[in-house]
Design a protein around this ligand. Sequence first.
Ligand SMILES: [Fe+2]
Length: 316
Amino acid sequence: MSDATNTAATSTTQMPGKAEDPAVQVGRLGYVSFTTPDVDRLKEYYTKTLGFALVEESPDLVFLTTGSDHHCVVIEKADVASGRQSIGYEIAGSLSDARRRLSAIGLESELRSDIGPGTPQVLVLDEAETGTPVHLYESQTPSGVGATFDQRPTKLGHVAAYTTSTDNMRAFYQEALGFRWSDTVGDFFVFLRCNSMHHSANFIQSDNFSGMHHIAYEARDMNHLQTMLDTLARDDYSLFWGPGRHTAGHNVFTYHTDPDGHTIELYTQMDVMTNEELGYFDERPWHEQHPMYPQTWEVDLGMLNKWGPSLGEFPR
Ligand SMILES: [Fe+2]
């Protein structure tokens, strides 16, 4: 077992934490889409095990939500299972302004009205490095789904993906989409926020892997997380890591895999920065430093889990 107390961090900043005047200001993560050869199996996992609400479906397309948004997960039938086929972000301001400002920094985008239900107008552009379609929208139509207090997550929290260059991806997210830098682990794992939450997007640099690394759904507190985990166990889904507490972000985490093999994180207690002007995360008793500024964490596998044990070699 790694020594979870052997944590260390430096205050190295490779580039400014935010762009002075980003083209777009993303306000929050909205949705992510998956492909799967077995739509019914993945739908059952999301609705029965995770407790998502089914909003709309056809034989080959399913829209799921955790709340008032029309959807936060889209499942589409295809020959091969794949995560993060597209990613949707809600923006502040208008799509027409966004398109004009993106064009001014050399990024072409297309305004479309045929993406699907719930998002009548979507501005589509290619993500740097990966080419993944990024969908920007002003709002979603309401799902009509009411609140529950069962295992259903409170929201889609973040999506982590591989990239060939975290520097290029970070520049794209900061300068084009208005994200701010929250933390980096070593020189290969960067965390970016678009609102007070520590991260809504994170990227791992790799020459060996591509695509989605994991997707994370939020529990409102530890009791809710326990309900989620007992429901996973009821349906024979086992954790492969956790519960534990991360250092970067300080969220209590658990990881398991969905029926298609995608890594799913269920988490709670992520760091928040309620005051961007102060520039540090709200104080928590488990923080290593006070105040807790964004920083570069030294690579130490033990530091990935303050409670231990480590996962072992980090796959990248
Ligand atoms: Fe995560």
